[in-house]
Design a protein around this ligand. Structure first.
Ligand code: GDP
Length: 197
Protein backbone atom coordinates (compact mmCIF):
# COMPACT_ATOMS: atom_id res chain seq x y z
CA UNK A 1 0.00 0.00 0.00
CA UNK A 2 1.15 3.48 -0.81
CA UNK A 3 0.27 6.16 1.73
CA UNK A 4 -0.84 9.03 -0.47
CA UNK A 5 -2.47 11.04 2.26
CA UNK A 6 -2.46 11.02 6.07
CA UNK A 7 -4.57 13.62 7.84
CA UNK A 8 -5.36 14.34 11.48
CA UNK A 9 -9.10 14.08 12.12
CA UNK A 10 -9.80 14.47 15.85
CA UNK A 11 -8.71 13.91 19.43
CA UNK A 12 -11.30 12.67 21.87
CA UNK A 13 -11.63 11.62 25.47
CA UNK A 14 -15.05 10.13 24.80
CA UNK A 15 -15.66 7.24 22.43
CA UNK A 16 -19.12 8.59 21.58
CA UNK A 17 -17.47 11.66 20.04
CA UNK A 18 -15.09 9.71 17.79
CA UNK A 19 -15.73 9.83 14.02
CA UNK A 20 -18.57 7.81 12.56
CA UNK A 21 -17.76 4.14 12.12
CA UNK A 22 -18.10 4.24 8.36
CA UNK A 23 -14.49 3.30 7.55
CA UNK A 24 -12.43 0.42 8.93
CA UNK A 25 -9.94 1.39 11.60
CA UNK A 26 -6.64 0.10 12.94
CA UNK A 27 -5.57 1.07 16.46
CA UNK A 28 -2.07 1.33 17.91
CA UNK A 29 -1.41 0.87 21.60
CA UNK A 30 1.36 -0.16 23.97
CA UNK A 31 3.31 0.78 27.07
CA UNK A 32 4.48 4.35 27.23
CA UNK A 33 7.79 4.78 25.42
CA UNK A 34 7.37 1.55 23.45
CA UNK A 35 7.90 3.48 20.22
CA UNK A 36 4.25 3.93 19.18
CA UNK A 37 4.54 7.45 17.81
CA UNK A 38 7.76 6.59 15.99
CA UNK A 39 6.11 3.54 14.41
CA UNK A 40 3.04 5.52 13.29
CA UNK A 41 5.27 8.20 11.79
CA UNK A 42 7.41 5.56 10.09
CA UNK A 43 4.35 3.81 8.62
CA UNK A 44 2.81 7.01 7.30
CA UNK A 45 6.15 8.60 6.36
CA UNK A 46 5.02 11.75 8.17
CA UNK A 47 7.65 12.69 10.70
CA UNK A 48 5.27 14.58 13.00
CA UNK A 49 1.88 12.93 12.54
CA UNK A 50 1.90 11.27 15.96
CA UNK A 51 3.53 13.24 18.75
CA UNK A 52 6.39 11.44 20.40
CA UNK A 53 6.62 10.77 24.12
CA UNK A 54 3.82 12.71 25.69
CA UNK A 55 4.38 13.16 29.39
CA UNK A 56 2.61 11.15 32.08
CA UNK A 57 -0.40 12.90 33.51
CA UNK A 58 -1.20 14.61 30.21
CA UNK A 59 -4.71 14.25 28.85
CA UNK A 60 -5.25 10.77 27.51
CA UNK A 61 -6.70 11.04 24.04
CA UNK A 62 -8.03 8.83 21.28
CA UNK A 63 -6.46 10.30 18.14
CA UNK A 64 -7.98 9.56 14.74
CA UNK A 65 -6.10 10.02 11.48
CA UNK A 66 -7.53 9.27 8.05
CA UNK A 67 -5.33 7.50 5.53
CA UNK A 68 -5.90 7.71 1.77
CA UNK A 69 -9.50 8.64 2.61
CA UNK A 70 -10.16 4.91 3.07
CA UNK A 71 -9.22 3.89 6.63
CA UNK A 72 -8.61 5.32 10.07
CA UNK A 73 -5.38 4.99 11.91
CA UNK A 74 -6.02 5.40 15.64
CA UNK A 75 -3.39 6.37 18.17
CA UNK A 76 -4.62 5.19 21.57
CA UNK A 77 -3.10 6.44 24.85
CA UNK A 78 -0.28 4.31 26.21
CA UNK A 79 -0.24 2.50 29.52
CA UNK A 80 2.36 1.61 32.11
CA UNK A 81 3.61 4.99 33.24
CA UNK A 82 5.29 4.32 36.57
CA UNK A 83 4.11 7.41 38.37
CA UNK A 84 0.48 7.88 37.39
CA UNK A 85 -2.26 7.81 39.98
CA UNK A 86 -4.71 4.99 40.42
CA UNK A 87 -7.44 7.39 39.27
CA UNK A 88 -5.65 8.03 35.96
CA UNK A 89 -5.09 4.32 35.46
CA UNK A 90 -8.78 3.63 36.00
CA UNK A 91 -9.74 6.44 33.65
CA UNK A 92 -7.43 5.00 31.01
CA UNK A 93 -8.84 1.51 31.45
CA UNK A 94 -12.45 2.69 31.25
CA UNK A 95 -11.80 4.74 28.13
CA UNK A 96 -9.82 2.08 26.28
CA UNK A 97 -12.30 -0.67 27.13
CA UNK A 98 -15.18 1.54 25.97
CA UNK A 99 -13.25 2.16 22.75
CA UNK A 100 -12.64 -1.57 22.20
CA UNK A 101 -16.24 -2.43 22.96
CA UNK A 102 -17.92 0.23 20.86
CA UNK A 103 -15.96 0.68 17.65
CA UNK A 104 -17.84 -1.69 15.35
CA UNK A 105 -15.41 -0.75 12.55
CA UNK A 106 -12.31 -1.80 14.51
CA UNK A 107 -10.47 -4.15 12.15
CA UNK A 108 -7.42 -4.82 14.28
CA UNK A 109 -5.42 -3.63 17.28
CA UNK A 110 -1.67 -3.40 16.86
CA UNK A 111 -0.25 -4.07 20.29
CA UNK A 112 3.32 -2.83 20.46
CA UNK A 113 5.85 -4.73 22.55
CA UNK A 114 9.40 -3.56 23.27
CA UNK A 115 11.55 -6.32 21.75
CA UNK A 116 14.36 -5.66 24.25
CA UNK A 117 12.39 -6.62 27.33
CA UNK A 118 11.28 -9.84 28.90
CA UNK A 119 7.48 -10.27 28.94
CA UNK A 120 5.98 -7.38 30.90
CA UNK A 121 3.04 -7.88 33.24
CA UNK A 122 1.12 -4.89 31.87
CA UNK A 123 1.45 -6.20 28.29
CA UNK A 124 0.30 -9.67 29.26
CA UNK A 125 -2.65 -8.19 31.14
CA UNK A 126 -3.63 -6.11 28.12
CA UNK A 127 -3.46 -9.18 25.86
CA UNK A 128 -5.82 -10.85 28.33
CA UNK A 129 -8.24 -7.92 27.97
CA UNK A 130 -8.13 -8.12 24.16
CA UNK A 131 -8.59 -11.88 24.17
CA UNK A 132 -11.45 -11.80 26.64
CA UNK A 133 -13.22 -9.09 24.66
CA UNK A 134 -12.66 -10.97 21.41
CA UNK A 135 -10.90 -8.05 19.74
CA UNK A 136 -8.70 -9.01 16.76
CA UNK A 137 -5.10 -8.08 17.49
CA UNK A 138 -1.54 -8.65 16.37
CA UNK A 139 1.74 -8.10 18.22
CA UNK A 140 4.30 -5.66 16.89
CA UNK A 141 7.77 -5.97 18.36
CA UNK A 142 9.51 -2.59 18.32
CA UNK A 143 13.06 -1.16 18.42
CA UNK A 144 14.74 -4.28 17.05
CA UNK A 145 17.68 -2.21 15.77
CA UNK A 146 18.74 -1.71 19.37
CA UNK A 147 20.04 -5.25 19.76
CA UNK A 148 21.22 -8.25 17.72
CA UNK A 149 18.77 -10.28 15.65
CA UNK A 150 19.60 -13.24 17.85
CA UNK A 151 18.60 -11.39 21.01
CA UNK A 152 15.34 -10.25 19.37
CA UNK A 153 14.54 -13.82 18.35
CA UNK A 154 15.30 -15.08 21.87
CA UNK A 155 13.03 -12.45 23.47
CA UNK A 156 10.22 -13.19 21.02
CA UNK A 157 10.57 -16.93 21.71
CA UNK A 158 10.22 -16.24 25.44
CA UNK A 159 7.18 -14.07 24.78
CA UNK A 160 5.53 -16.79 22.68
CA UNK A 161 6.25 -19.41 25.33
CA UNK A 162 4.66 -17.21 27.99
CA UNK A 163 1.56 -16.67 25.85
CA UNK A 164 1.23 -20.39 25.17
CA UNK A 165 0.83 -20.96 28.89
CA UNK A 166 -2.62 -19.36 28.61
CA UNK A 167 -3.51 -19.30 24.91
CA UNK A 168 -3.88 -22.16 22.47
CA UNK A 169 -3.08 -20.06 19.47
CA UNK A 170 -0.59 -17.29 18.97
CA UNK A 171 -1.52 -13.99 17.35
CA UNK A 172 0.30 -12.83 14.26
CA UNK A 173 3.66 -11.21 15.04
CA UNK A 174 5.52 -8.40 13.30
CA UNK A 175 9.15 -7.48 13.83
CA UNK A 176 9.83 -3.77 13.40
CA UNK A 177 12.26 -0.92 13.80
CA UNK A 178 11.12 2.64 13.24
CA UNK A 179 14.76 3.69 13.03
CA UNK A 180 15.47 1.25 10.18
CA UNK A 181 11.99 1.31 8.62
CA UNK A 182 11.83 -2.39 9.23
CA UNK A 183 8.44 -4.13 9.04
CA UNK A 184 6.76 -1.22 7.23
CA UNK A 185 5.83 -3.15 4.09
CA UNK A 186 4.58 -6.13 6.10
CA UNK A 187 2.32 -4.00 8.30
CA UNK A 188 0.90 -2.02 5.37
CA UNK A 189 0.37 -5.24 3.44
CA UNK A 190 -1.49 -6.70 6.41
CA UNK A 191 -3.72 -3.60 6.60
CA UNK A 192 -4.42 -3.76 2.86
CA UNK A 193 -5.28 -7.47 3.09
CA UNK A 194 -7.68 -7.06 6.00
CA UNK A 195 -9.23 -3.83 4.76
CA UNK A 196 -12.60 -4.50 3.11
CA UNK A 197 -12.71 -1.24 1.22
P1 GDP B 1 5.79 6.30 22.49
O1 GDP B 1 5.78 6.91 23.84
O2 GDP B 1 5.36 4.87 22.54
O3 GDP B 1 5.04 7.08 21.45
O4 GDP B 1 7.31 6.20 22.03
P2 GDP B 1 8.17 7.13 21.06
O5 GDP B 1 7.83 6.85 19.65
O6 GDP B 1 8.06 8.52 21.53
O7 GDP B 1 9.62 6.53 21.32
C1 GDP B 1 10.21 6.54 22.60
C2 GDP B 1 11.71 6.65 22.44
O8 GDP B 1 12.22 5.50 21.76
C3 GDP B 1 12.15 7.85 21.60
O9 GDP B 1 13.35 8.34 22.15
C4 GDP B 1 12.37 7.25 20.21
O10 GDP B 1 13.32 7.98 19.45
C5 GDP B 1 12.89 5.87 20.56
N1 GDP B 1 12.53 4.89 19.52
C6 GDP B 1 11.30 4.60 19.07
N2 GDP B 1 11.32 3.65 18.11
C7 GDP B 1 12.62 3.34 17.93
C8 GDP B 1 13.31 2.40 17.07
O11 GDP B 1 12.74 1.66 16.25
N3 GDP B 1 14.66 2.35 17.20
C9 GDP B 1 15.34 3.12 18.07
N4 GDP B 1 16.66 2.98 18.13
N5 GDP B 1 14.74 4.00 18.89
C10 GDP B 1 13.39 4.12 18.83
Amino acid sequence: MIIKEAKFVSSNTEVAKCPETTLPEYAFIGRSNVGKSSLINMLTERSKLAKTSSLPGKTQLINHFIINDTWYLVDLPGYGWARVSQTSREKWSKMVKAYLRNRSNLACVFLLIDSRLEPQKTDLEFIQVLGTMGVPFVLVFTKTDKQSGQKTQANIATFKKTLLQTWEELPRLFITSAAEKKGREELLEFIAETNDQ
